[in-house]
Design a binder for this molecule. Structure first.
Ligand SMILES: Cc1ncc(COP(=O)(O)O)c(C=O)c1O
Length: 319
């Protein structure tokens, strides 16, 4: 899709490419300050496979602060982006014969990673009328003795829908009665608006915490897509397996990337991309524009002239 967008651009079209989710501004300045200081001290060596201790502690502290639950650093695996965290999980968990439930529309990599491991994605269709949210009933119906995991993305790429605490609790209650893993991709948790309160499934899991994994990263929250830092927070028994998987692939995420996300000091440094003036000014326009797209589910290239007030605009979309 990105190649198609580039091709259209080269032919003179003004293209809004919805292929990669990427903020259009640079990360906060504290990121660069921290990196410069680290370079002066030297950061050219391997790190521990699952990440440097200060970063893992920072991830735990931040999770406790904004998500209301307190993981231990031994549960954290720092990865080369959240996509890599999900891939590690796929390698550690899925086997041929396993089913993995994915509400649709979904982020493209979920089913592909499942299939690469020989397992089968099981899609639960959602509707626009239901806010693109999976109902507990539909979820229950999709569960089978072969269900190895459910991947839940909230807030969701691509739909933008996000489960309220009550909605999430209803799904968690269904999941708790199964033997499956719940993998919650919370990479967009910090990018919520209009007083919406993100609720982490980890807060609701109770005695099923030993089957729950949270995935997150810096790409969206801090506009740091290219730094490639993500992580999973998993029960220790699974974190050990992830250590083994990652130890035989990338070893660690780059040392300098890890430094880039390790805060040196204050709470202010944690201002996220959600508060960026760019997001605040773009969002109403984009919401209005995408609301006019006739059939986003089926479209591969949709002209949206009136919405974006640009007669030659082309929106390249996909799931
Ligand atoms: C829902 C979702 N999860 C995970 C990722 C992966 O993010 P990254 O690998 O950049 O951390 C993305 C990126 O677009 C995404 O949209």
């Amino acid at each position: 899709m990105n190649a198609r967008a580039a091709d259209l651009r080269s032919k003179g079209h003004d293209v809004f490419a919805f292929g990669v989710g990427e903020p259009d501004f640079e990360p906060p300045s504290f990121v660069f300050d921290g990196v410069r200081a680290a370079l002066d001290k030297g950061v050219s060596k391997y790190t521990a496979v699952t990440g440097i201790a200060p970063l893992k502690q920072a991830i735990c502290a931040r999770t406790a602060e904004v998500r209301g639950w307190s993981p231990k650093p031994s549960q954290v695996t720092v990865t080369v982006g959240a996509k890599h965290a999900l891939f590690n999980l796929a390698l550690a968990l899925y086997e041929p014969g396993d089913e993995v439930i994915i509400p649709a529309p979904y982020w493209v990599s979920y089913p592909e990673q499942v299939k690469l491991c020989g397992a089968t994605p099981v899609f639960v269709e959602t509707t626009e009328a239901a806010g693109f949210k999976m109902s507990p009933e539909a979820f229950q119906k999709a569960l089978s003795p072969r269900t190895k995991a459910i991947i839940l993305c909230t807030p969701s790429n691509p739909t933008g829908s996000a489960y309220t605490e009550d909605e999430l609790r209803a799904l968690v209650d269904v999941w708790k009665k199964s033997d499956a893993w719940l993998i919650v991709d919370e990479i967009y948790a910090d990018l919520v608006y209009d007083n919406f309160k993100h609720c982490s499934a980890a807060k609701l899991a109770g005695d099923a915490m030993d089957r729950l994994v949270v995935v997150d990263g810096v790409s969206k929250t801090y506009a740091m897509t290219g730094w490639r830092i993500g992580w999973s927070i998993a029960p220790e028994r699974l974190a050990k397996a992830l250590d083994t998987v990652q130890g035989q692939s990338t070893t660690n995420a780059t040392a300098i990337g890890q430094i880039s996300r390790t805060p040196s000091s204050t709470r202010e440094t944690w201002a996220t991309a959600a508060s960026s003036p760019s997001f605040h000014s773009h969002r109403p326009r984009l919401v209005a524009a995408t609301s006019c797209v006739p059939s986003a589910e089926n479209a591969s290239a949709v002209t949206t002239p009136s919405c974006l007030r640009c007669p030659t605009s082309v929106a390249v979309t996909g799931s």
